[in-house]
Design a binder for this molecule. Structure first.
Ligand code: UDP
Length: 460
C-alpha cells in the first residue's frame, strides 16, 4: 500500500523541524518513523539525541543528528528502574539540550539557513516545554502510547485521591468505575523504588503537554475515537492522530539491536498461519521460573513457535542457559529462538498465525495492522491498559490473566491457534485491519490529520 501517494517526492517546505526522541526502543521507533513521514512531506529534519541508546545516524543520511551529553554513568544507564532513569535524564539533559537547541537556532541566523518551524519532543521530556518557551519556539509533543492508556496515567491524581494506590491484590478483579472497562489490576504499575517520583513524572509530562502547542498520536480515530474525544475535552490543544506510523515506514532502521534474519528463513519453512510468535518487547523482564513455564507451555502446545529471548529478558541470566539441556533439540525443529527479530516482517509473514505479546503499544498496533490475533501478557505500565482493550474492547486477543503456568499457557495457545475461538478472533482482527488501512489513504482520518498537522506546522 502506498500510503504516502505521490507525496514521496513532496516539494521542499523550506522549514526545518527539530525532533527529540526518548532513548527507549519503543519511543525511538515511532519518533524516527514520524521524522521520515515529515521528511517525505518536504520538511528538513534534525534529530537531537542522547549518547545513551543513540540511533544510528548512518541509517538516516537525509537527517542531521546532534548528540547531547546525558552524563549517565554505566550503572545509571543499565538500571532496571525506568522511573529513576527517566527522571534523571529529565534533569541531566536540561543544560546540554538547551545549549544544543540555542546553537541550532543561532546557526540559522548566522548562516541564513532554513528557519526552524518547531520542536517535536517525546511527551516524557517534560523539561523541554520551558526550554522551548524561553527560546520562543513552539513545541509539539509526540505521545507514543495509546490514548486510552494515557488517560489512565492522566487520572493518577484522582485515582490517588480515591485511595487506589498502592494497588491492593485483594481488589485486583474489581472494576474501576472511573475508567471502564478497566479493572483494578489494569491500572498501570511500574516497578520502582521511587513511587512518588513516578507520580511526579506523570504529572509533569501531563502538565507540560497541556501547555504545549499540540499533540501527535501514533493512534487512529477509528480505533480510539471515544478516548480521543475525552482527551480533547480535558486537553484543549490541537491533536493529530496520524498513526499507525509503521505503515508509512518500518522501524527496522531504528532498531538498537541487530535483527536476526534466520527468523524469516525459519518461517519460510513453516505452513501458513501455523506459528505463534512470542516477544515481550525491549524492556519487560521475567524471572527464571516464569521463563521455564513459558518454555514448557510452548513445547507442550505442539504449536510451532518463534521466540524472541532478548538478552536481559530473564532476570539474572545471560540468555537461554536456564533451559534444560537439549530443550530445543527435542522439539525437532518446531521451535526457533532468537535474540531480536525483524518484528514487522515476522508479523507480516504468511506463516505467522498468532502473537504472544506484552502489549507494548507499537507491538499491539503492528499486530492489528497485520491481522495477527494476540495472546496478551502485559508486564507493566501502559501494557496493562492495552491488553484490556485488545481482549475486552476490540476483542482481537485473549488475555493471559493468571499466573504464568505451563498448563494455562498451553491451553491459551491452542485456543488461539487451533480452535474455533481463534478463528473468530482472526475474523475480527482482519476486519479491524481493513478498517485501519482505510484511515491512511486519501479521505481517511489519519490521512486528513496528517494534512492538518502539516498546515499547522507551516502556520508557525
Ligand atoms: N521489536 C523488534 N524486534 C523484536 C521485538 C520488538 O524489532 O524482537 C520492535 C517492535 O517491532 C516494536 C518495538 O520493538 O516496534 C517494541 O515496542 P513496544 O512499544 O511494542 O514495546 P517496548 O519495547 O517499548 O516495551
Amino acid at each position: 500500500m502506498d500510503v504516502l501517494g505521490d507525496s514521496h517526492i513532496h516539494q521542499k517546505k523550506g522549514r526545518r523541524l527539530i525532533l527529540f526522541p526518548l532513548p527507549l526502543q519503543g519511543h525511538i521507533n515511532p519518533m524516527l518513523q514520524l521524522a521520515n513521514i515529515l521528511y517525505s512531506k518536504g520538511f528538513s529534519i534534525t534529530i537531537i539525541h542522547t549518547n545513551f541508546n543513540s540511533p544510528n545516524p548512518s541509517n538516516y543520511p537525509h537527517f542531521t543528528f546532534c548528540s547531547i551529553e546525558d552524563s549517565l554513568s554505566e550503572t545509571e544507564a543499565s538500571t532496571a528502574d525506568l522511573v529513576a532513569l527517566l527522571s534523571l535524564l529529565n534533569v541531566q539533559c536540561v543544560v546540554p539540550f538547551r545549549n544544543c537547541l540555542a546553537k541550532l537556532l543561532s546557526n540559522v541566523e548566522e548562516e541564513e539557513k532554513e528557519p526552524i518551524a518547531c520542536l517535536i519532543t517525546d511527551a516524557t521530556w517534560y523539561f523541554t516545554q520551558a526550554v522551548a518557551e524561553s527560546l520562543k519556539l513552539s513545541r509539539i509533543v509526540l505521545r507514543t502510547n495509546s490514548v486510552s492508556s494515557f488517560l489512565v496515567f492522566a487520572a493518577f491524581p484522582v485515582l490517588s485521591q480515591k485511595g487506589y494506590f498502592p494497588i491492593r491484590d485483594s481488589q485486583s478483579e474489581a472494576p474501576v468505575p472511573e475508567l471502564p472497562p478497566l479493572r483494578v489490576k489494569d491500572i498501570p504499575v511500574v516497578e520502582t523504588c521511587y513511587r512518588e517520583t513516578l507520580h511526579r513524572l506523570v504529572t509533569e509530562a501531563t502538565n507540560q503537554m497541556k501547555v504545549s502547542s499540540g499533540c501527535i498520536w501514533n493512534s487512529l480515530q477509528d480505533l480510539e475515537l471515544a478516548s480521543l474525544t475525552k482527551f480533547h475535552q480535558d486537553f484543549p490543544i490541537p491533536m493529530f492522530p496520524i498513526g499507525p506510523f509503521h505503515k508509512f515506514f518500518s522501524a527496522s532502521s531504528s532498531s538498537l539491536l541487530a535483527h536476526d534474519q534466520t527468523s524469516i528463513s525459519w518461517l519460510d519453512k513453516q505452513t501458513p498461519k501455523s506459528v505463534i510468535y512470542v516477544s515481550f518487547g525491549s524492556i519487560a523482564a521475567i524471572n527464571e521460573t516464569e521463563f521455564l513455564e513459558v518454555a514448557w507451555g510452548l513445547a507442550n502446545s505442539k504449536v510451532p513457535f518463534l521466540w524472541v529471548v532478548r538478552p536481559g529478558l530473564v532476570r539474572g541470566a545471560e540468555w537461554i542457559e536456564p533451559l534444560p539441556q537439549g530443550f530445543l533439540e527435542t522439539l525437532d525443529g518446531r521451535g526457533h529462538m532468537v535474540k531480536w527479530a525483524p518484528q514487522q516482517e515476522v508479523l507480516a509473514h504468511p506463516a505467522t498465525g498468532g502473537f504472544w505479546t506484552h502489549c507494548g503499544w507499537n507491538s499491539t498496533l503492528e499486530s492489528i495492522c497485520e491481522g495477527v490475533p494476540m495472546i496478551c501478557q502485559p508486564c507493566f505500565g501502559d501494557q496493562m491498559v492495552n491488553a484490556r482493550y485488545v481482549s475486552d474492547v476490540w476483542k482481537v486477543g485473549l488475555h493471559l490473566e493468571r499466573k504464568l503456568e505451563r498448563g494455562e499457557v498451553e491451553r491459551t495457545i491452542r485456543r488461539v491457534m487451533t480452535e474455533a475461538e481463534g478463528q473468530e478472533i482472526r475474523v475480527r482482527i482482519m476486519i479491524l485491519k481493513e478498517k485501519l488501512n482505510l484511515c491512511l489513504i486519501q479521505g481517511g482520518s489519519s490521512y486528513q490529520s496528517l494534512e492538518s498537522l502539516i498546515s499547522y506546522i507551516l502556520s508557525f
